[in-house]
Ligand binder design. Sequence first.
Ligand code: GTP
Length: 304
Amino acid sequence: MTDNEYQEAGAAGYHCGFVAIVGRPNVGKSTLMNHLIGQKVSITSKKAQTTRHRVHGIHTEPDAQFVFVDTPGFQTHHKGALNEVLNRSVKETLGQVDCVLFVIEAMRWTGADRELLPLLPRNTPVMLVVNKLDKAKDRLALSEFIDTVRQDFAFADVEVVSAKHGQRLAELLAKVRPTLPESMPLYPEDMVTDKSERFLAGEIVREKLFRYLGEELPYSMNVEVEQFELDGALRRIHVAILVDKEGQKSIVIGKGGEKLKKISTEARLDMEKLFDGKVFLQVWVKVKSGWADDVRFLKQFGLD
Ligand SMILES: Nc1nc2c(ncn2[C@@H]2O[C@H](COP(=O)(O)OP(=O)(O)OP(=O)(O)O)[C@@H](O)[C@H]2O)c(=O)[nH]1
């Protein structure tokens, strides 16, 4: 038997492929992926547009492996180089997957949702995922709502779920499975993400910023992991928060350094839980003026 024949024989009945999760900001894409893979790798917050990086989440079953790609939502209110980069990333991702999950909120079919329809691929199955089922009490109205949405695009199938409460996710996966090619698993079965600990450390700090700064948060802010070192079982991590104005720096630091202290303490505790070991974390704030419109700067951070 050649290697190729062996691979094919081994793959019989096993499905493995890439699934993109798309939708306008705040419909619950990150929550959905977190629940599907059973571990927190993508950040969530009440504030829109918190997902900037594409994060792979992996879910393995005895007969299938789902590799999820979390795509940033569209931002219509915020222009600039950063947004163009985000939008390009959506299109690129959709061209490379086996199945697209188009997520919307139950009973809310908005202009911002419709705006995404032209971006959806024609040659790849697109599943309509109606999230926040827990908020839709009237089942007849929900069924009429779904009929209305289906008139606007030829979705391959529909599933209603509650990402937050983990409802009907097995049903959703059962519908996705046949759309994935027959293939051996691409990743080891205990792996939930192909992102490095270094990347995850940055994501955790970013999540705390969203949580504790809320509306005060400068949109043009970024997080850079400057150092990530293993010292025996201890991880030494240095993180810089980059803002574009001096005034924003003091907002992040807070009165007497309170806010920054809270952000770094909570981030450290989350990291220790995720990495299962002690973490020495240093977080500081730096001013980098005008970076949001500097594409070269975005490239440097792997955002391009
Ligand atoms: N009631 C309810 N709320 C949900 C559900 N799923 C997600 N949410 C909430 O919706 C909000 C947005 O969820 P996210 O997962 O951050 O949304 P997102 O689509 O990834 O948002 P962006 O990163 O801005 O694109 C959060 O407050 C979630 O807790 C659900 O099934 N029911």
